[in-house]
Ligand binder design. Structure first.
Ligand code: NAD
Ligand code: MG
Length: 389
């Protein structure tokens, strides 16, 4: 970056999460390149307050309105504006106080702020994959209409994005999304039936928020990422392949029409894709641990076991049928993962909840935004009824 370039003003939505805190580490290491203008979170007032006192943003917003007074009081000696409530987060995304949004809220809750940022003409570094799963067509259409770049943060999509730099006119034959396989790679249903929250939260390679960690264990994460890739890179379902690669060194690959394959590699560390999304098209130096192939020695690959990890099969179905089916699937998955994390249902029950919800909520071929919202609500209440939440 040119030394005279002004610092980029970042709005960090989901600042208290795994991606959010790692993004703040990247920003801390590059104080001349970034300022933090907005911090938002769901309910972690303590961490939000600490972050606000350290980064002195223009605005903080917290979804949980019961925490408003606590945050307001803690920041009373500062000029920081404090807002609370779901609507407040959406409104902040529409304000002209930042240059780029890092969308790092987890789940469906990230959709409206992200949509508002795009509508507001602000580039988005997108970690929140659920946004594209729910309404990828409308999001990408809006991004094209507003000429707003949507830069992926998810490591696989960042890898594909990096492989595509300089290849603008060269069509993609297929993309190969790599997956670690999660903590239960090689396991069969007779093992999975007894899996508890504590086991599922132990990911071998990545340290992430609870929801995405469970999604990685069920392989739903890879299913969500197939749909995310479909919209980010304008692909057909049959151009997206999943390959299990337990070492998580190759973050994904692109195969071009001449058969040439490009891969992006590195140690599994989300700080790298976060930094790349924030500085694109530049690469800037950092002190992250480097990948030493002499130590890694072996990279292995295998086919995903869709018979055991049925969520991936359900996501493939949602991807090929399209319409509101990915939105329905996502809603049912969020309810199922939440219930699993509360020890209300078993590991394999999650798939049954998702499957039955997908079979029941009515299918719409070309939904409007309002219809996506309705489908989400309908799917959530159907799934919750199934679980008796
Ligand atoms: P996390 O659970 O650690 O953090 C989520 C953040 O969202 C927190 O700041 C939380 O306060 C906020 N939040 C939760 N519910 C909210 C609500 N209803 N309204 C407003 N804010 C709310 O999650 P994470 O692991 O940081 O993941 C964030 C997103 O990035 C997810 O969509 C995930 O799939 C994606 N992602 C994460 C990783 C990773 O390594 N953690 C990797 C790739 C993609
Ligand atoms: Mg990923």
């Amino acid at each position: 970056m040119n030394p005279t370039t002004p610092a980029k003003r970042i709005a960090l939505f989901g600042s208290t999460g795994s991606i959010g805190t790692q993004a703040l580490d990247v920003i801390t290491s590059n104080p001349d390149k970034f300022t933090v203008e907005v911090l938002t979170c769901g309910s972690n007032d303590e961490l939000l307050i600490q972050q606000a006192l350290k980064f002195n943003p223009n605005i903080v917003a917290i979804t949980d309105e019961r925490k408003y007074l606590r945050v307001k009081e803690a920041l009373s000696q500062t000029d920081i504006k404090v807002f609370a409530g779901e609507k407040a987060l959406e409104d902040v995304a529409s304000m002209d106080v930042y240059d780029m949004m890092l969308a790092a809220i987890v789940g469906y809750a990230g959709l409206r702020p992200t949509l508002n940022a795009i509508d507001n003409g602000k580039p988005v570094a997108l970690a929140n994959k659920e946004t594209l799963v729910v309404a990828g067509d409308l999001i990408m259409q809006k991004a094209v209409e507003k000429r707003v770049p949507v830069i992926p943060v998810d490591s696989e999509h960042s890898a594909i994005f990096q492989c595509l730099v300089g290849e603008m006119r060269n069509p993609i034959e297929k993309v190969i999304l790599t997956a670690s396989g999660g903590p239960f790679l090689g396991r069969k249903p007779n093992f999975l039936v007894n899996v508890k929250r504590e086991h599922a939260l132990q990911h071998p390679n990545w340290n992430m928020g609870a929801k995405v960690t469970v999604d990685s264990a069920t392989l739903m994460n890879k299913g969500l990422e197939m749909i995310e890739a479909r919209w980010l890179f304008n692909l057909h379902a049959d151009q997206i392949e999943v390959l299990i690669h337990p070492q998580s060194i190759i973050h994904s690959m692109v195969q071009f029409q001449d058969g040439s394959i490009k891969a992006q590699m590195g140690l599994p560390d989300m700080k790298l894709p976060i930094q790349y999304a924030l500085t694109f098209p530049q690469r800037i130096p950092n002190d992250f641990t480097r990948c030493d192939f002499k130590k890694i020695k072996t990279l292995t690959f295998e086919e995903p076991d869709i018979k055991t990890f049925r969520n991936l099969g359900l996501a493939m179905e949602a991807l090929s049928r399209g319409g509101n089916l990915p939105c329905i699937m996502n809603a049912a998955n969020e309810i199922a993962v939440y219930a699993f994390l509360k020890n209300r249902i078993g590991f394999l029950d999650m798939t049954d909840v998702i499957e039955r919800t997908m079979q029941t909520v009515h299918y719409i071929d070309k939904p409007t935004l309002a219809e996506y919202f309705e489908s989400d609500g309908e799917a959530r209440s159907f799934a919750a009824d199934l679980i008796k939440l």
